[in-house]
Design a protein around this ligand. Structure first.
Ligand code: 2AM
Length: 170
């Protein structure tokens, strides 16, 4: 099964991100991420066997993460897959530390490979036709988090949908 670790936005922020996705979609086209799928990926694990996924569930359920606040203040794009995202201009030391700490456990256990770069972002659109990011409105949002989730990505003919397998301690 295809798994990743992510922060899920609290309801009010999810709604706000959904509105931004709507605005971006009107400008850029492409496929808008459904509100319920909006997230910040901390670690993409790829395909994991079911037995090993059970280990991850147990690990995540016992995990406590330091609470934090992430400030979102910019639009961004990954040109090739036409991804439009929102994120932060400045690096966020707390998020980088959290991501690093997760990979320090995951990598030795053989769960995927630590990426060379970590650009925290929330994908709002995929396969956008154009990326006229300069025409999109300014962003000033705060994301308070204190838990992370282990998510399964299930792909069918309608695209990918996400299922929570585990959540860390609050
Ligand atoms: P994205 O938001 O930039 O597309 C579930 O698929 C999550 O894992 C998505 O948030 C996606 O990031 C990320 N993801 C998917 N495939 C990936 C890959 N090969 N490497 C790193 N992250 C990936």
């Amino acid at each position: 099964m295809r798994l990743f670790l992510a922060l899920m936005p609290p309801p009010e922020l999810r709604e706000r991100l959904g509105e931004l996705a709507e605005i971006a979609h009107a400008r850029c086209g492409g496929r808008r991420m459904p509100d319920e799928s909006l997230h910040l990926t901390l670690a993409f694990l790829g395909e994991v066997e079911e037995a090993r996924a059970a280990e991850l569930v147990e690990w995540v359920q016992g995990l406590t993460i330091p609470p934090g606040e992430w400030h979102l203040d910019c639009w961004g794009g990954f040109r090739r897959p036409g991804i439009v995202w929102v994120g932060a201009q400045a690096a966020d030391p707390a998020l980088s530390q959290l991501q690093g700490r997760l990979w320090s456990t995951l990598e030795p256990l053989g769960f995927g490979t630590r990426p060379t770069q970590f650009v925290p972002h929330v994908t709002l659109l995929r396969r956008a036709a154009t990326l006229p990011l300069e025409y999109l409105p300014p962003i000033e949002l705060s994301w308070f988090y204190n838990q992370l989730e282990l998510i399964q990505s299930i792909t069918d003919e309608r695209g990918a949908r996400y299922r929570r397998l585990a959540i860390s301690q609050s």
